[in-house]
Design a protein around this ligand. Sequence first.
Ligand code: HEC
Length: 136
Amino acid sequence: MDSSFRRSGASGLSFTTVGLLALFTPGAWQSAHAQAADGERLFRQRCASCHSIDTRGRGTGPSLAGVFGREAGSLTGARYSQAMQEARLVWDEETLDSFLGDPRRTVPGTTMAVRVTDQAQRAAIIAFLRENSDGE
Ligand code: HEC
């Protein structure tokens, strides 16, 4: 008799409903902190092979320590493309979102090719960077 219940799909439906309720309950699940934790995992998977968030890190890409409020291509000692040095962008939520979504459209000629096409993943990574890249 249990199996007929499972086949009915009723349990799946109730899980979806619970999930939606959690999504729309302000501040309950997707607090900035939870988002940043997710962002840390994504950062390790997608970014950390080339970028560190501290100033000691040496990678293919520039350190992202202090990236918020920094002018694009301006970190002393980092290797940048000419395009990045001339980009005239300041990194904030908006410019990071655009760059991570499509680096080559935001900074034509950049050598960074990694794209994060999922908007929620970009938001999580950016929240993580904002909380953890200020050297505090
Ligand atoms: C395969 C290596 C690689 C990966 C992976 C990578 N990047 Fe980059 N990133 C670079 C390089 C190289 C540059 C410099 C690009 C240039 O000068 O055109 C760069 C530049 C940047 C910049 C501009 C920094 C500055 O000082 O102006 C930001 C911001 C950035 N990356 C964020 C990220 C994030 C967030 C991720 C993960 C989603 C990521 N990158 C993944 C190689 C990488």
